[in-house]
Structure formats: structure tokens, C-alpha cells
Design a protein around this ligand. Structure first.
Ligand SMILES: [Ca+2]
Ligand SMILES: [Ca+2]
Length: 225
């Protein structure tokens, strides 16, 4: 194996890891900070968790709700979650600009009063300029703080990756949202180890090559004396 081939393999391994690696999975719980105690519900303009920044998607109505649970007519899962009432919207992206994929999300209806099955439109703006939309619909089953399970875990399609940002627009309101699972692709540990091993081999070969050349030159000059 020559040095150029080894270098090419090392680069291919790293870039292959970037595309096919496991990446980092982030579980966004919306549990804070800041804390949102049970029995409370507030309007938010910004919320940050695990590097992901949430704001309103609309410039005029730049808000969304955050509920601490423990309110009889709102959905319940024992933790804090986000809500989109009329005039609410949501936009999220990594503060450091990392591209990401959406894996799954827990969704519930807005309340026992607005208890119709909620269809939530997630509009993904991909890094290549294309746009992908997933419309996720809840089961319409909600009893607030009663025994029934209000939230469901719903999966995103395989198209929801390589995203710069995601928006739930103003017209897609009447939802409750928790436990968003997001992943960031990155080189896997195995591919990094293999790549660094190949790089070491390249440098060692170059060093030994240089060393052999020096020895040969010394022998030749000794023979000429
Ligand atoms: Ca939560
Ligand atoms: Ca439900």
C-alpha cells in the first residue's frame, strides 16, 4: 500500500463515518432550566436545551407556551412540555449551526377542551436548500391529569435529516409537545481509530524511507573515500 492510497483510505474512512456513523443523540425534555413547576404555564420567546434553541416561528407572534403539568385540563406526563395555542408557533435550530436529524417526538392534544386529534406540521429546512414536511397526527385521546395516557411517541420520516432548522408554523396550532429526540451525525469512534492508525503508518513509512536514504548516502560516501 503506498502512502497516497493510505491517505485516501484514511480520508474516506473519516468522511464515511460522518455520513454513516452513529452520531450523537440528544433527548430534549423541556424540563429546564428554567424549571416550570407543576400547576404553572408560561409564555416563552426563547428556550435553550442541549444546544438547541427554540423560538417562535412567526416574527409578529413570536411565542410558544411551556406547561409544568399538574393542570387538570392540560395533558399530563409528569414533566414540563411545550404547547402551541392560537398565535403560537415554534422554530428550532442548533445555536452552533450543526445540521441535525429528527428521530421522534411525544405529541398530545392541546387540552381536554380543545381535545380534537392534533395534526402538527414539522417543516424541515435542509442544508441542501430543499424543504421536507412531516404532518404528525395524535390519537385524539386525552383526559388531562386522569389515568389515560395523553402523549404518544411518533416517529419522523427518513427524509427529516441534514436539517438546518425546523418550524411548526403559526397555522399549525393546538398541540402539546415533549421528549424531542434529535441526532447529530459525526465520525464514529471506530473510524477515527482506523484513520489515525493509517495516518501513523503513513508517517512511519515516510520517516523510515528518509532514514534508509540517509544510511545509503552515508555508505556511498564512505565507499568513495
Ligand atoms: Ca418533559
Ligand atoms: Ca393523545
Amino acid at each position: 500500500m503506498n502512502a497516497k492510497l493510505a491517505l485516501w483510505l484514511a480520508l474516506a474512512t473519516v468522511s464515511g463515518g460522518t455520513v454513516f456513523g452513529q452520531g450523537t443523540t440528544k433527548f430534549i425534555t423541556f424540563n429546564g432550566p428554567p424549571s416550570q413547576p407543576p400547576g404553572t404555564s408560561h409564555t416563552f420567546h426563547e428556550y435553550l436545551e442541549a444546544g438547541l434553541r427554540f423560538t417562535g416561528a412567526d416574527t409578529n407572534w413570536n411565542s410558544f407556551g411551556r406547561c409544568g403539568g399538574g393542570i387538570s385540563f392540560f395533558p399530563e406526563n409528569g414533566t414540563a412540555y411545550l404547547q402551541g395555542a392560537f398565535t403560537d408557533s415554534l422554530k428550532f435550530a442548533f445555536a452552533d449551526g450543526s445540521v441535525f436529524a429528527l428521530e421522534s417526538v411525544d405529541l398530545a392534544e392541546y387540552s381536554t377542551v380543545v381535545s380534537n386529534a392534533a395534526t402538527v406540521y414539522f417543516i424541515g429546512y435542509r442544508h441542501d436548500g430543499t424543504i421536507v414536511t412531516n404532518a404528525l397526527t395524535t390519537d385524539g385521546i386525552i383526559d388531562g391529569t386522569g389515568p389515560v395516557q395523553d402523549f404518544q411517541t411518533l416517529q419522523f420520516s427518513d427524509q427529516m435529516r441534514n436539517l438546518d432548522r425546523v418550524e411548526i408554523p403559526l397555522w399549525s396550532y393546538g398541540w402539546s409537545l415533549d421528549d424531542l429526540v434529535v441526532s447529530i451525525p459525526e465520525p464514529s469512534f471506530g473510524s477515527l481509530v482506523l484513520a489515525s492508525g493509517l495516518m501513523f503508518w503513513i508517517f512511519r513509512s515516510a520517516w523510515e524511507g528518509g532514514d534508509r536514504e540517509r544510511k545509503t548516502r552515508a555508505l556511498v560516501s564512505a565507499g568513495n573515500r
